[in-house]
Design a protein around this ligand. Structure first.
Ligand SMILES: *Cc1c(COP(=O)(O)O)cnc(C)c1O
Length: 424
């Protein structure tokens, strides 16, 4: 593209970036990889490798079962409290447990039982499939209906459209705050208050929000939330998820999975289940101590960097991309499938192209420009780029746009086939 002023701008933004120092705290094994998949699986923090060898060699290897009392038993609360601080929740309102899908099941089921005999659950068609499967499953179990607010442009949904779906029959509204495809971000406070007006409870999935955008559970009066730790929190593959329940609701909601870790005085081994009287009642069984431990260094870094600085850089990164898209990509068949207003987006960007799949393959091919650029492909025609402010740089976005343009102007995608791997 030979656009020196765009490259100069990237270099200037990188030089002025207050978060630039965080990049070296992550493992970058191969300098020719440009990684834009931090919204699917965040990178490995260097501190995590060290911590994990301590957890296995010292805590497990030497101290064995003593480690439960020394550090393991309350780790889910301790990390939960740290996550609480980045989502604007209070101490004791967040805990690490299971995965996001199971947490969504436990909390939405608890909410529906509490809301009996209300008849509907409301969600939308931008939601993550796992969330919709679970909500539909619960609706079926209870003879209820799952109502889906539909996006007209497959990208955004106007908050006002919820008003038509909500009434005294609505038991629960469950939505993903930042949509996994388009990155559209809801006005959490507005939707929550519309739902509360008809007495519905609200459950937000924060998987694509936590560690990337400012959140304030207390201020926005959110009832319940769940979210992943392996995306922008960099907790590692399969790291357990978190759940949040507003303090005032904790003793009125009951987990449908009544395991011993959620029972009061679990080490009394009572034969009759009594729920714990705090957030721990939503635990099930023994936590995966090793992968849970891996969450903490990533969360510490988010706290260190500060969510508002992270959000500033995230907006700058995506605005820089959109600016280049307008002048370099738009005329070559690429279409922006994320909101163009940065205030309505999370930290990833989606574009579409008829040749999206083969373009994705070409992006990963080093022989074109020396870089393996890693995005993810979302069927049928979307390519998604996650911008992780702690380790992505503006110059990486410059290289990305240059390659996207070259692949199409020189029809390089024709060199690749349509065969798909399982994980895209
Ligand atoms: C990534 C993601 C999940 C993942 O759920 P798991 O049960 O942890 O696999 C759930 N919901 C949303 C919105 C996601 O983006």
């Amino acid at each position: 593209m030979g656009n020196n002023s765009s490259l100069d701008k990237a270099k200037k933004l990188d030089a002025e970036d207050p978060l630039a120092g965080f990049r070296k705290k992550f493992v970058h094994e191969d300098p020719s990889v440009i990684y834009f998949d931090g919204n699917s699986l965040g990178k490995l923090p260097k501190a995590t490798s060290e911590l994990l060898s301590n957890v296995t060699d010292k805590q497990w290897g030497k101290e064995l079962i003593d480690s439960w009392n020394k550090s393991w038993l309350n780790k889910n609360i301790e990390i939960g409290n740290k996550i609480a601080s980045i989502i604007g929740a209070k101490e004791g309102e967040v805990i690490i447990s299971d995965n996001t899908s199971i947490n969504l099941y436990k909390l939405s089921k608890a909410a529906i039982q509490f809301q009996h005999p209300r008849k509907t659950i409301v969600s939308d068609n931008l939601n993550f499939p796992s969330d919709l499967y679970i909500l539909q499953g619960i609706a079926d179990e209870h003879g209820m209906k799952l109502e889906m607010v539909a996006s007209r442009d497959e990208m955004t949904i106007d908050s006002e459209s919820f008003i038509d779906y909500l009434n005294q029959d609505t038991g629960l509204v469950s939505l993903t705050h930042v949509a996994f495809k388009s990155a559209f971000m809801y006005d959490m406070e507005k939707i929550t208050s519309i739902a509360h007006k008809v007495g519905a409870l609200v459950l937000w999935d924060l998987s694509h929000s936590v560690g990337a955008v400012p959140l304030d559970m207390s201020q926005t009066n959110v009832d319940m939330a769940v979210g992943c730790t392996y995306k922008y929190l960099n907790g590692g593959p399969g790291a357990p998820a978190f759940l949040y329940v507003r303090k005032e609701l904790q003793d009125t909601l009951f987990s449908p999975v009544k395991g011993w870790f959620g029972a009061a005085n679990m080490f009394d081994f009572n034969l009759r289940y009594q729920p714990e009287d705090d957030i721990r009642r939503f635990l099930t069984g023994t936590p995966p101590i090793i992968s849970q431990a891996a969450i903490e260094p990533g969360v510490d870094m988010i706290i260190d960097a500060g969510v508002s600085r992270i959000r500033n850089k995230s907006i700058q990164l995506s605005e820089y991309f959109v600016e280049l898209y307008e002048c370099e990509l738009k005329s070559f068949g690429y279409v922006l499938t994320s909101p163009s207003n940065a205030q309505l987006r999370g930290s990833h960007i989606s574009i579409s192209h008829n040749e999206a799949f083969r373009i994705t393959k070409a992006l990963m091919d080093r022989s074109i420009d020396g870089y393996k650029i890693v995005p993810d492909f979302r069927a049928p025609h979307n390519i998604r780029f996650g911008f992780a402010p702690l380790y992505n740089a503006f110059e990486e976005i410059y290289s990305l746009v240059e390659k996207l343009k070259t692949i199409v102007t020189k029809k390089l995608y024709e060199n690749y086939d349509d065969k798909k791997d399982v994980v895209t």
